[in-house]
Design a protein around this ligand. Structure first.
Ligand SMILES: Cc1cc2nc3c(=O)[nH]c(=O)nc-3n(C[C@H](O)[C@H](O)[C@H](O)COP(=O)(O)OP(=O)(O)OC[C@H]3O[C@@H](n4cnc5c(N)ncnc54)[C@H](O)[C@@H]3O)c2cc1C
Length: 508
């Protein structure tokens, strides 16, 4: 993940008029959280959310920078944050939520799980002298308030165009494409291999970060707009893109990057070693939303090891801790092993803080060499070697290098591999004309016009960008919808993007 922030305004050069000055002196306030001892026994959300009074005070901390506002530039969907916060401070959270909904299909999700510290809040001018305004928590507050009090507002649907689109993928990219195209009057059916809509927001991200009920409410909203969801359909196997193209005018591929990278180490096939997604899904998702062969909980025991350093690793250790405390190992050990130091860890500092509060141990500068099993073929130990850091590699981070003779072993009944994700090659292989990049992602012209090499087949989200974020998938999905709308209007032969934009402007 490499998100460039816009330049921050220098607070010393800000015109601190009396109103701004007063705002700048309001102390930051965090919403209450579940106590760590209590929360490590349940999968409920950690943050309990602002109440109205706290939200108004926090919104008042926005000093309303002159345009272009850095927070808007720092947000991948370019939410008009200052305007939304102005409504919140005036005691109108519903109007605030409507501002977020103009540019974001999933404000209640992004408000909870965006890494705001490197996006909107990272760009916030207030961060130059204090904690940034808690934009994410305020986005969650006002969109929750609206959902719970008046519901997600319906959207006006344009007259039917007679065009049909098949969207593949229930994730944020697919949901955004489906909603935006439906509003433009097209008929939409969304397909997914999993039964329950949400993509990784349901089958990945644990409930203590994002309640699954929020996704269900959004899906019910989309169904009320006339979008149809068809689960349990693995496209490329149960039905092909070619078959879908026979009954549709266009197809969207929003299949994400959901395949975990292997460790490629001896012993990796031992029982008790899981890929992160399988561990999270079996530990977090209600059994009725899982295929029969995945309905048992994953194994757990007194010593669980998670290998990796990103947010997925944090989700795994915190899930493991909850499984231990709920199932008889309240004093069990859960350790995350990472080959660099904490400074280089790619995930959110907030998630690491939460993990530590919940009793997770961290081992840095170590890398596994092999997994050692017992006579039943079950993992029992991991052999590690210690690492030291050398000059920076292509990722810009110091390169870890093994220290000769430093090997040691640790006990572990369960090992979880959280080593990053790649795109499942199935759909690329099964779809003639759709080409891949050298990274295994789907090749598209560009993010504004994300048609694949196959006319009428578009793609966006993690399957194009590589594993990234809900907000970037949503942003890419919205752009794809507008490009697809142009294609649906002027298609048959491919119209180049500039011509389509001119036609769109002229409303031909
Ligand atoms: C454990 C974990 C934690 C994360 N935490 C965060 C976080 O805190 N904040 C954040 O912003 N992002 C987080 N992410 C990343 C975020 O979830 C993804 O970037 C985002 O969901 C990508 O959206 P997408 O629509 O491109 O794909 P996905 O959400 O991956 O959805 C793709 C869907 O396509 C389906 N599919 C795939 N192949 C086929 C096929 N052949 N046929 C039918 N269906 C298919 C899949 O089943 C899936 O439902 C996390 C990811 C993981 C794994």
């Amino acid at each position: 993940m490499n998100h460039e922030l816009p330049p921050k305004e220098d607070p010393n050069t800000l015109d601190l008029d009396p109103d701004r000055y007063e705002r700048a002196n309001i102390p930051a306030g965090e919403p209450p959280k579940q106590d760590p001892v209590k929360r490590r026994r349940n999968f409920n959300e950690v943050f309990l959310g602002y109440d109205e009074k706290q939200a108004v005070v926090e919104a008042l901390r926005c000093i309303h920078c002159p345009s272009p506002e850095p927070c808007i530039l720092g947000c991948p969907v370019h939410n008009d944050i200052p305007r939304a916060l102005m409504f919140i401070e005036q005691g109108d959270p519903v109007a605030g939520a409507n501002v977020f909904r103009q540019t974001n299909n999933l404000p209640e999700v992004c408000g909870r799980i965006c890494p705001q510290e490197v996006l909107c809040e990272g760009a916030c001018t207030v961060a130059g002298y204090d904690k940034p305004v808690a934009i994410g928590k305020l986005e969650a507050y006002c969109s929750d308030y609206q959902r719970n009090h008046v519901g997600i507002p319906s959207r006006e649907i344009a007259p039917a165009t007679g065009k049909r689109v098949a969207v593949i993928g229930f994730g944020p990219a697919g949901l955004a494409v489906a909603e935006e195209l439906r509003v433009l009057g097209h008929e939409i059916v969304v397909y997914d291999a999993w039964p329950r809509p949400g993509g990784l927001m349901v089958y990945g991200i644990p409930g203590f970060k994002l309640s699954k009920r929020i996704i269900d409410q959004k899906v019910a909203h989309l169904e009320s707009l006339g979008i149809r969801f068809v689960g349990d359909t693995l496209v490329g196997q149960d039905v092909t893109v070619d078959e879908l193209l026979q009954g549709n005018d266009a197809v969207f591929l929003g299949v994400g990057a959901t395949h975990g990278n292997p460790a490629r180490l001896p012993g990796e096939d031992l029982h008790g070693i899981y890929q992160a997604t399988e561990f999270l899904v079996r530990g977090n998702v209600p059994v009725e939303d899982l295929p029969k062969n995945m309905r048992a909980l994953p194994e757990f025991g007194p010593r669980i090891a998670v290998i990796g350093g990103g947010d997925t690793a944090m989700d795994c250790v915190r899930t493991a801790k909850r499984l231990q405390t709920q199932h008889g190992f309240p004093d069990g050990d859960v350790t995350v092993y990472y080959r660099r130091t904490e400074n280089e860890m790619p995930g959110r500092a907030e998630e690491r803080m939460h993990a530590r509060q919940e009793g997770i141990q961290f081992e840095f500068l170590v890398s596994p060499v092999r997994f050692i099993g017992d006579t039943n073929g079950h993992v029992r130990q991991i052999e590690f070697e210690k690492m030291r850091l050398r000059a920076r590699d292509v990722s810009g981070r110091p390169r870890p290098e093994p220290i000769p003779g430093s090997n040691y072993t640790v006990e572990a009944q369960v090992v979880v591999l959280a080593l990053g994700y790649k795109v499942d090659p199935l759909l690329l292989k099964a779809t003639p004309g759709v080409t891949g990049t050298k990274w295994g992602t789907v090749h598209v012209e560009n993010e504004d016009d994300p048609m694949t090499a196959r006319p009428g087949v578009f793609a966006a989200g993690d399957d194009v960008r590589g594993a990234d974020l809900v907000v970037t998938a949503t942003a890419a999905g919205r752009k794809a919808a507008y490009a697809m709308n142009a294609w649906l209007k002027y298609n048959s032969a491919r119209t180049d993007i500039k011509t389509r934009r001119v036609l769109e402007t002229l409303r031909v």
